[in-house]
Design a protein around this ligand. Sequence first.
Ligand code: MG
Length: 363
Amino acid sequence: MCRRNPIKITDVKVETIRIPMKKPFRIAFAVQDHSLNVLVKISTDEGLWGIGEAAPFEPVTGESAATVLEALKLFRTGLIGMDPLDIEGIHRMMDRLLSGNTSAKAAVDIALYDIKGKLMGQPLDKVLGGSVNQIVTDMTVGIDTPEAMAAEARERGEKDGFTILKIKAGINPIEDIQALTLIRQAVGPNIRLRVDANQGYTVSDAVRTLKAFEKLGVEAVEQCLPSWDLDGMRFVRSKVDLKVMLDESVHTPIDAAKACKIDAADIINIKLMKCGGLYPAEKINAIAEANHVQCMVGCMLETKVAIAAGVGLVAAKQNITEADCDSFMYAVDPEMGMPGGFAVNGGVYTLSDKPGLGIDIDF
Ligand code: MG
């Protein structure tokens, strides 16, 4: 059987972008008033190119824009001359050169899928095997006083049209319960609420606080314990009825397998920046699905480039039932000169039919 000559990667360009936030974004272990991300453009000898993005966040993956640039310099030497459709081979190459550095790997991976979509003439969700072109995302409310959080939650529901809110917590359990009580009063019974404690609770805090959240109709709590405490997560899960979600505990497919093996989660939050892109993300979802664990796709402070990749993944996979793909909307300029990808109406995104990510940028 004859195979046509593979196309080849001819160039890898990078661009650092600074993304100022509308207001400082506070979670249990960090405050961010801007994000420094890195865009990647991978060009091929057929004239096609793909765009990817790294949104490094030091407290979670240990990466900064500076380390991403160094990693990409190294990956560039391996990438030149490779077939961009050899996504397995390119991940192996990157993993051999550097362990971790998953945001840098995600940037390359996303650009490869953009190229693949352009070659197929199909949008990313179809490249990944899906047929649905709409998803529903939540909107995140950062940590503030309980009163300010309730006011913001009301605005996100009534004015902006979001039907699911993710409330950040994890600094003070008493204030978290106060905040959720005021938020439930402010938004009424029909808005779906989930909480992200970002590793902030002890096991005893968690059991007590999650039981209080249950009474307020909170449907899921994300990463209530430190990332290393999978046994604790299993224990907390056995004591509460709401869904327990893992985020910082699960970076890679292997982490997902370990968490599933000991029944430590109802939902896994997949982030492209934690796992290294769409290729490993599909593996995490497959492992979860085989263990009756659902997935959500979350995000770091990503622009529409990486968000479009995450959204395509959500649309493509039935087991990915939740989306937390809202970060670009915290930016002073959500569009950032990158039209396309998807159209936003409240929390409902309608995906572009354009090939690949469907985002119109070049550099
Ligand atoms: Mg989280």
